[in-house]
Design a protein. Structure first.
Length: 316
């Protein structure tokens, strides 16, 4: 059943109570937006659960068959194999993200609401990321059949309920990663990443420190970390380093990067006040990584968040 949690409902009511004496029109807009969201959740829930067995013209469709299909079909066929409820559930998550982002615009500057609204928004973003990591593992021949079946079952649960325990469990670590990066923009310097890596390591908790120790010696992880730290693609970083060597320059400032590249960077700038930037930055790096993987080009084949989540799944 797709519906708001009790905590989310209480938060919405508190924001409306705050808005009503200040701007009743905005309070009414909030109520209408979440009324529409609840209606959408009810409509999505009318579709059969992906766990329900169905018989169509004598052919039985079961949850076990869906698990088998999830572990066998190629990524290119995901969409048309995906049950209608799943596609609709993703639309619900997007609508929920936009509704809570609307609340953040109206009341996010109030101390009482800032953190709970931020957590609600980031939980949705990380749920979408976690879904994509599950799908990535299911088509990766490097993972065991037992793990794939376990994750396929978790994926079905996510599709059926719109929530995922790993998205919530790993939210603090992923949030810390963004907080550490956002607290001090990268000083490009020599582009070696040493100061940025040291800062990230100091600011992060034990989970991330363990991950960095285990993975920074691996090229794919180190390259993905560099992209995350500097906000530039692997190809752009190599080009800038090459130009520094050619010009005999030992270090470069942030304002000089665009001039050296002579074009708009591949990854857009992140506006910390717009949480869509977190997901967009992830998607940009993920898509670039998949393209490299497809053409066997050097550079990271996965985004940093994906590498981290897969690492944590394997630690379970």
């Amino acid at each position: 059943m797709l519906q708001l949690s009790d905590e989310e409902t209480i938060l919405i009511d508190k924001v409306v109570e705050y808005l009503e004496p200040r701007n009743n029109e905005e309070a009414l807009l909030v109520r209408e937006r979440f009324r529409c969201l609840n209606n959408l959740g009810d409509a999505v829930s009318c579709f059969p659960s992906v766990r329900e067995s169905q018989s169509v013209r004598g052919v039985q469709r079961t949850e076990a068959q869906l698990l088998e299909a999830l572990c066998s079909f190629a990524s290119s066929s995901h969409l048309l194999h995906t049950p209608a409820r799943v596609v609709a559930a993703r639309s619900y998550l997007v609508a929920k993200f936009q509704a809570f982002s609307f609340l953040h615009i109206l009341a996010g500057d109030q101390k009482e609401f800032y953190l709970p609204l931020r957590q609600a928004i980031l939980t949705i973003i990380h749920t979408l990321m976690t879904e994509e990591v599950y799908l990535s593992i299911l088509i990766d021949p490097g993972y065991s059949v037992d793990l794939k079946y376990s994750l396929a079952n978790d994926l079905i649960r996510l599709w059926d309920s719109g929530t995922d325990h790993r998205a919530v469990e790993h939210l603090p670590a992923l949030d810390l990663l963004w907080t550490a990066r956002d607290s001090s923009p990268p000083a490009f310097g020599t582009l070696k990443g040493t100061s940025e890596l040291l800062r990230i390591t100091i600011d992060m908790g034990k989970d991330w420190q363990e991950f960095l120790v285990a993975h920074t010696a691996v090229d794919d992880s180190r390259w993905a970390l560099e992209e995350f730290l500097f906000g530039l693609s692997h190809e752009e970083l190599n080009f800038v380093r090459q130009r520094l060597d050619e010009l005999g320059i030992g270090a470069v400032g942030r304002d000089e990067i665009t001039g050296i590249l002579d074009l708009k960077p591949a990854y857009g700038m992140i506006n910390s006040s717009d949480y869509r930037g977190i997901y967009n930055f992830y998607v940009d790096r993920r898509d670039a990584a998949r393209f490299r993987q497809k053409i066997a080009a050097p550079g990271p084949s996965k985004a940093l968040e994906e590498i981290y989540l897969k690492y944590r799944i394997l630690q379970e």
